[in-house]
Design a binder for this molecule. Structure first.
Ligand SMILES: [Zn+2]
Length: 308
């Protein structure tokens, strides 16, 4: 059987509702800025702040070289959440007794940093044909199969794309629910007790990242609209056309916790408070928990044996 759908109008595009930014150019020129910029020679992170820094904000390394970054034409989404909001959220997310103590250490918690991350704000069009295989189980032995063809023409506005190579896209995408109408032009005050990490992708990486992000979002919208139980992408002939792409710094609170030779990240959206955390369970607590469970089960078994 062949089920063909030619237009998927009416599919909600969550990005188009966020609103477009003010087209008026509010950029100012800042001369005699007191911002210092550094390159970390260990992790290659380039960051700026208006204080003298001796350690890298990402890897804590001390091998820093002075650098120059020009923010004069940059746009920023300012912070709406305080560091206390971030600490409270972090404490709540690490309250589980099985999470190792290093995550709850006061010194570790106090090293949460207020950071502007580099990002790209993209408007794009996705056009072309995509085919899916769909299937439904009619009975235990009978499955009905479909071939679904969609001719798509989507406009996506304000898709935010991670501009920092050391942060995984998965982590970035999980917290990137920003309201872009709140953006402001750069002033030195924005970097008070706050860092700005620089863009570090080459143009080809940027366009690949944008294409992947937009295409992935588009496919998930189409997939979400398919009513069959099983759905599998068969052939994708859609093209992404980037209509507009501009840089914007977005606010986050960030913490890196080292446990078991692995870096665990906590990140909170500094505007909306959405957050993401990677934690681990403590090996000691797992052993203690298993022992307690064993004693309880053993005790019940003994009691049964004794009373029966
Ligand atoms: Zn570093």
């Amino acid at each position: 059987m062949n089920d063909s759908t030619n237009n998927i109008l009416g599919i909600e595009d969550k990005y188009s509702n966020i609103g477009t930014t003010d087209p008026e150019d509010k950029s100012t020129t800042n001369t005699a800025s007191n911002v210092n910029s550094y390159t970390c020679n260990d992790c290659k992170c380039v960051f700026s702040s208006n204080q003298g820094e001796t350690r890298c904000i990402m890897c804590n390394g001390t091998n820093l070289t002075n650098n120059e970054v020009d923010f004069s034409t940059s746009k920023f989404i300012p912070f709406y959440r305080t560091i206390d909001n971030a600490i409270d959220d972090y404490k709540y997310k690490t309250r589980n007794v099985m999470i190792p103590m290093v995550f709850k250490n006061k010194k570790v918690i106090n090293s949460i940093k207020k950071v502007y991350l580099p990002a790209y704000l993209v408007n794009a069009n996705v056009k072309g044909q995509v085919r899916f295989f769909g299937a439904d189980k009619i009975s235990r032995t009978d499955t009905r199969k479909y071939e679904l063809t969609y001719d798509s023409n989507f406009d996506f506005n304000n898709v935010l794309v991670n501009g920092y190579s050391k942060l995984s896209d998965e982590v970035f995408n999980s917290i990137c629910t920003y309201q872009y109408d709140k953006e402001v032009p750069y002033t030195d005050d924005l970097l008070n007790n706050t860092f700005a990490i620089s863009y570090d992708l080459v143009p080809l990486e940027v366009s690949n990242k944008i294409n992947n992000r937009v295409m992935r979002h588009c496919l998930s919208v189409i997939r979400g609209n398919i009513q069959h139980t099983l759905k599998k992408l068969h052939k994708n002939d859609m093209d992404v056309q980037i209509k507009d792409n501009r840089k914007i710094y977005v606010p986050v609170y960030i913490l890196n916790v080292e446990y078991n030779n692995k870096n665990h990240i906590y990140i909170m959206n500094g505007q909306t408070g959405d957050s993401y955390i990677e934690t681990d369970l403590s090996i000691v607590s797992i052993i203690v928990f298993s022992l307690i469970l064993f004693i309880i089960v053993f005790g019940i078994a003994l009691a049964f044996a004794y009373f029966l």
